[in-house]
Design a protein around this ligand. Structure first.
Ligand code: NDP
Length: 465
């Protein structure tokens, strides 16, 4: 039975940063591409009139360089605004009135996590929750205990099938391709295990700092901000077994099975860092011990991956901005060509951002008299930044249709917290300073074992073949 389409889109946090940067452009894109034609109700305490809200929407599109006057005219016609504080019951009564005949609204909570419970209770109290869906932004909790509490709060009002936990990474074309490329080809499966894979590395590097969001970043740090969600999701897609079909239930079951096989982090296998100058950022405590860099070694206790280290590295003020995965295959034996032995000769490289690349690293003979080799890459896919459908358009569109394939369920989110929980309450002493523009503290090198080293993502791929 296909799910009903939501008949109103409500977004809390309408005056916030996420709404401005992502949600409003996604709404216009859904009008352009999907013919979105349901009331769009922004809720905020900004005191805006409807015209002021429309102007704000126009400003957001202009800032994104995305104004399409015809689509915007349609968006303007669909917009409504409810003014009020989320702590006040009358706000929800006004929302109920604005919903009119809509009986299956989608409520998108683009708000600070501390407000989730209050808004969910408010929706319930004003009879706005029955028949509705709710979309919750990350971060989903601060640790395992708070994630469980948040799940319990949501479940008091919404059944699990009506809850959509956003991890916008799952809406990225390149991340979807990890799943597709793995399971739509037969040549990978025989080598995709501990017999042939030496190690797996996932790097999410940002060359910028906290960009004025120091107050927000102080509450999270690198592990909560990107490791527990985006990067563990990427790792799960790389390491999971094939689901029996492409449906949400089968996919979720395999992801959960994999995450439950990941050993909770051992603090001795983690290096944390903070870039020099972070403490001078606006909103950051002068004595802050929040990590802006994390490098970690993960173990997967199952037959496919036993003994294969999975490395994750994420940080701010690093040399480049990119997210890249390298699956390193074992070296060829030292029998025929010595030079084929250099590390990282054979690998699969998935560049997730800013552009999407899938490449296979190999060695070929250099032309000439000697049997000397050189590294080359066979580029399987290479698309420019901006080619893809934007994640928020894809994800919000799916939530409106009731398709939860691209969203995280309660058990998976808790399993991911269970992996990082042992290092969340870290002792500040463990956070090492690093110079901006470097690959984090020197100690991060010791996370990679077995004579290997980190693959530092380059701006460009090596010589294509
Ligand atoms: P902002 O602080 O910019 O926006 C939050 C919004 O909630 C503001 O409009 C704020 O209104 C409103 N709000 C807070 N409390 C109340 C209240 N009691 N009554 C009425 N309105 C209230 O946050 P973001 O937009 O940056 O983030 C929202 C959520 O999205 C967070 O969970 C964040 O972690 C997540 N997120 C954000 C991303 C981003 O790029 N910004 C990326 C990924 C996730 P007011 O301005 O009046 O205070």
């Amino acid at each position: 039975m296909s799910a009903v389409h939501s008949d109103a889109f409500v977004f809390f946090g309408a005056s916030g940063d996420l709404a401005y940067k992502k949600v409003i452009p996604a709404l216009q894109a859904m009008i352009q591409h999907d013919g979105m034609d349901i009331p769009i109700i922004g809720v905020s305490r900004s005191g805006w009139s409807l015209d002021e809200f429309r102007q704000h929407a126009h400003d957001s599109l202009a800032a994104a360089g995305a104004v399409d006057e015809a689509a915007f005219a349609k968006l303007s016609g669909l917009l409504r605004h409810v003014d009020g504080d989320y702590n006040d019951a009358p706000t929800y009564a006004k929302l109920k009135a604005a919903l009119g005949e809509a009986s299956h609204p989608l409520h998108y909570l683009a708000i600070p996590p501390s407000m989730f419970a209050r808004v969910v209770e408010g929706l319930d109290g004003a009879d706005c929750a029955s028949g509705a869906r709710v979309v919750v932004e990350k971060p989903f909790g601060r640790d395992l205990a708070s994630a469980r509490e948040l799940n319990a709060t949501l479940h008091r009002v919404f059944p699990e099938r009506s809850i959509f936990r956003i991890d916008h990474y799952l809406g990225k074309e390149a991340v979807q391709n990890l799943l597709y490329f793995r399971f739509a080809n037969s040549f990978l499966e025989p080598v995709w295990n501990r017999n042939c894979v030496d190690n797996v590395q996932i790097t999410m590097a940002e060359s910028f700092g906290v960009q004025g969001r120091g107050k927000f970043y102080e509450e999270v740090g690198a592990i909560r901000d990107v490791v527990q969600n985006h990067l563990l999701q990427v790792m799960t897609l790389l390491a999971m077994d094939a689901p029996p079909d492409s449906g949400a239930e089968a996919l979720r079951a395999e992801k959960l099975r994999l995450l439950r096989a990941v050993r909770p982090l051992d603090p001795s296998e983690v290096v944390l860092g903070q870039f020099a100058g972070y403490r001078e950022e606006n909103g950051v405590a002068r004595e802050s011990d929040v990590e802006t860099f994390a490098a970690l070694r993960l173990r997967v206790d199952n037959w496919r991956w036993a003994g294969v280290p999975f490395y994750i590295r994420a940080g701010k003020k690093l040399p480049v901005t990119t997210t890249e995965v390298v699956v390193d295959f074992k070296r060829p034996p030292a029998v025929t060509f010595d030079r084929a032995l250099s590390t990282g000769a054979n690998y699969l490289r998935f560049r997730i951002s800013p552009e999407e690349t899938i490449a296979i690293g190999a060695r070929v003979k250099k032309p000439g008299g000697e049997m000397r080799g050189q590294p080359v890459e066979l580029i399987v896919r290479n698309s420019k930044p901006g080619d893809e459908q934007r994640p928020y358009e894809r994800l919000l569109g799916a939530a409106l249709k009731g398709d939860n394939t691209l969203f995280t369920d309660d058990a998976t989110v808790e399993a991911a917290w269970a992996v990082v929980d042992p290092v969340l309450g870290h002792d500040g002493e463990l956070v090492r300073e690093y110079a901006p523009g470097t690959w984090g503290p020197d100690a991060a090198a010791r996370i990679v074992v077995g004579g290997e080293h980190w693959h530092d993502p380059k701006r460009e791929a090596v010589e294509p073949c």
